[in-house]
Design a protein around this ligand. Structure first.
Ligand SMILES: [Zn+2]
Length: 274
């Protein structure tokens, strides 16, 4: 699933080209994952002008000048890709947005989704506020100390579960949770009550660093993630534990272990992590 660096990469690319654009038309090829549905969505969007495109956790927010917002969650395989006007819609294409920009002219963005878990919703100002405030702190704009404080309670909770909980900390998913725990030298199955203050600080620092490093590489493409140009991210080669079960640890050569923790594949090094 795209996590913070991938969603932020898409946000930056969309914002650069779509800010100040107006939505001219919306064409739905496949209904069912847009709210409101069908013609109601079209009526709600056509004529809106984009103030900017923002992000909260893994949610993309197209904020309009009239205070309304279109939110989009990519989930597993959702994507926004700039396309040519004459593009033929493919099997997984769901919605085509036609936009007019004062400088760039007409642009077309296709919303596609192979696995169909992604969704698009039109939100009022109040609904946007409720959603935005339901997430934990954003790691890229929160201090190391404040982020470390997220990992104190409840004492019986496993550290990896805490990192994945979007209400505890926003935007981190399975890949960066495993990688940050490896870098901090902490085993994923340990409980919050068992983790020292210095370990918490190290974890927070590593979460921030790894997200920033991945962002510089336009994110990680471990599955189907692509950016708005259809390009894969470059961070995959930098992963040290995620997806490397049985391969030699890059620090100590011990084979990387994989277990299932809270239904999620969890990768770690038995020797480097304590
Ligand atoms: Zn190791």
């Amino acid at each position: 699933m795209p996590e913070l660096p991938e969603v932020e990469t898409v946000r930056r690319q969309l914002d650069e080209r779509l800010r100040d654009s107006s939505i001219v038309s919306v064409h739905i090829f496949q209904m069912g994952r847009e709210f409101p549905s069908g013609k109601k969505l079209i009526d709600a969007l056509v004529g809106k002008r984009i103030l900017h495109i923002s992000r909260r956790a893994k949610l993309l927010l197209w904020d309009f000048t009239d205070g309304m917002t279109m939110s989009a969650h990519l989930k597993m395989t959702g994507r926004f890709v700039f396309v040519d006007e004459h593009v033929k819609n493919g099997k997984h294409d769901r919605i085509l947005f036609e936009l007019q920009h004062p400088l760039y002219g007409r642009q077309f963005v296709m919303w596609s989704d192979v696995r169909k878990f992604g969704y698009i919703s039109v939100l009022s100002k109040k609904e946007r506020e409720e959603i935005v405030s339901s997430y934990g702190p954003e790691p890229l704009t929160t201090s190391v100390e404040k982020l470390a404080d997220c990992f104190v309670l409840p004492k019986t909770r496993k550290i990896k579960s805490a990192i994945l909980d979007q209400k505890t900390i926003a935007g981190v998913g399975n890949i960066y949770a495993d990688e940050a725990l490896f870098r901090a030298g902490i085993l994923p199955m340990r409980t919050l009550g068992d983790i020292s203050a210095s370990e918490r600080l190290s974890l927070a620092k590593n979460i921030i660093e790894i997200l920033e490093e991945s962002l510089l590489q336009q994110g990680t493409s471990s599955h189907d993630y692509v950016d708005t140009q259809g390009k894969k991210g470059g961070f995959l080669d930098f992963l040290r534990v995620y997806g490397r079960e049985g391969e030699a640890c890059r620090t100590c050569a011990e084979p990387i272990s994989k277990i299932i923790l809270n239904q999620r594949g969890t990768h770690f090094c038995r020797r480097c992590q304590k």
